[in-house]
Write a protein that binds this ligand. Structure first.
Ligand SMILES: [Zn+2]
Ligand SMILES: [Zn+2]
Length: 152
């Protein structure tokens, strides 16, 4: 599937009103950690690498809030890190996009119904977005395009 064929709907989520509950790595491992709560909700635990340092980052599950906790690592402000699944070690870096604000690599988390959350891996950059990828509409749209083209 190429990027052009994929229909992505960007969703505006009101800040600090919903929390993220079912994020997974591309291999389906849950990243939610009920043993480390932030704002009373299970945090999102990722393995984080910065230069030769390795540790864990507990991300604030409240959408639009950034009270993250670092463990075994101290990430300087404006440093660009990389996220990995703590379970299988797969990179959580987005292959398709970079940050719209600072051009740094983005992380990508998967949501239960085909949605994704992406965000900037530069500490201090607050860019993040939720997207829904709709397979059915994508097919319908391709069909529309074909029909249009055949009339022109
Ligand atoms: Zn995994
Ligand atoms: Zn950024």
């Amino acid at each position: 599937m190429t990027k052009k064929e994929k229909l992505q709907i960007e969703v505006e989520v009101p800040a600090k009103q919903v929390h993220v509950e079912h994020v997974t790595c591309p291999n389906g491992h849950s990243l939610c950690d009920p043993t480390t709560l932030i704002h009373g909700f299970p945090s999102i635990k990722v393995k984080v690498k910065y230069r030769d340092q390795e540790g864990f980052l507990f991300l604030d599950p409240l959408y639009g809030s950034h009270d993250n906790i670092e463990q075994d690592i101290e990430i300087p402000q404006n440093a660009v890190v990389e996220f990995f699944c703590p379970e299988c070690g797969v990179s959580l870096k987005s292959e398709e996009d970079t940050c719209q604000l600072c051009s740094s690599p983005l992380f990508l988390f998967h949501l239960p119904r085909g949605g994704i959350i992406e965000g900037c891996m530069k500490k201090g950059c607050l860019y993040h977005k939720m997207k829904i990828v709709d397979a059915e509409q994508q097919v319908a749209r391709l069909f529309e395009n074909d029909t249009l083209e055949s009339y022109l």
